[in-house]
Ligand binder design. Structure first.
Ligand code: NAP
Length: 249
């Protein structure tokens, strides 16, 4: 069994996930770089250093999720932190301009297949991976689970007619709302076991998800998730926050 704390970050081959993985190694963790392409995961892990290891993990593939959990048990013997970071903004090919992605996700016209594909990754992926990792997390002395959510999915913020994002509220935003809800369900269910479960919004960050239209750096985007991964025993559970503090649901 690894002497060091072990963290798994899903979708860590690039973007905010890669930065979270880097930051957690800097905090002394052995980090498993979840990546649906093992090669991309290996490249990312190498770029971080010897405390990072690639782990093939497609959150929409039940066999991949089960094999990842099995590999963590046999090779590392523990899991202390799970970061549910993997996400997609639309069902189409990468490189779609943000405005086009938002348009394709409007629920008045989006195809159900596309809506299902986004929910498969952003919502069911969280449930599948969290369930698969729970036996390991339950054995850890102070397990933490963090979902990378979004203010785009805040029903309170988007209910405000002056919120400009409201015009883009579609498949992606609804999937992030649902991701907050399922994460909260895990928080409530695991509260009595001392496992803290939180949701972090990275802010509008320059990554492939928005075709690099974001205004924040990945270093900034990773900070809140990393803070929540390191919560002490006296920290809260079931919260939704960004770097500025609590975010309305
Ligand atoms: P990104 O650079 O596109 O990273 C997304 C990551 O998720 C990639 O590594 C991608 O892998 C992975 N992924 C997609 N589908 C997957 C699957 N089925 N199984 C496993 N991994 C999968 O975008 P990002 O901005 O860093 O996104 C990370 C998280 O931040 C997402 O949950 C997103 O919703 C959230 N977020 C981002 C922003 C923002 O402004 N960027 C704002 C709020 C929230 P591939 O390389 O294989 O595609």
């Amino acid at each position: 069994m690894s002497d060091k704390l072990v963290a798994l970050v899903t979708g860590a081959n690039q973007g905010i996930g890669l930065q979270i993985a880097k930051d957690l190694t800097a905090h002394g963790f052995t980090v498993l770089v979840g990546s649906r392409s093992f090669e991309k995961g290996e490249g990312a892990a190498k770029s971080i250093g010897t405390d990072a290891h690639a782990l093939q993990l497609d959150v929409t593939d039940a066999a991949s999720v089960a094999e990842a959990a099995e590999r963590i048990r046999t090779e590392f013997g523990r899991l202390d932190v799970l970061i549910n970071n993997a996400g997609i903004s639309h069902a189409g090919k990468p490189g779609m301009p943000l405005s086009e992605a938002a348009k394709s996700g409007m629920l008045t016209t989006a195809s159900l297949d596309d809506v299902r594909a986004v929910f498969e990754t952003n919502v069911f992926g969280i449930i599948a991976v969290t369930q698969a990792m729970l036996p390991l997390l339950r054995e850890a002395p102070a397990a933490r689970i963090v979902t990378v959510g979004s203010t785009a999915g805040s029903l309170t913020w988007n209910s405000d007619p002056t919120n400009e994002h409201r015009a883009m509220f579609g498949t992606y935003s609804a999937s992030k709302t649902a991701s907050h809800a399922v994460t909260l369900a895990f928080a409530f269910a695991l509260e009595s076991e001392g496992i803290k479960v939180s949701i972090a919004c990275p802010g509008f960050t320059s990554t492939a998800l928005n075709n690099f239209a974001g205004t924040r750096t990945v270093e900034q985007g990773a900070r809140e998730a990393v803070r929540l991964a390191l919560l002490g025993a006296d920290g809260p559970t079931g919260t939704f926050s960004d770097e500025d503090g609590p975010v309305a649901w």
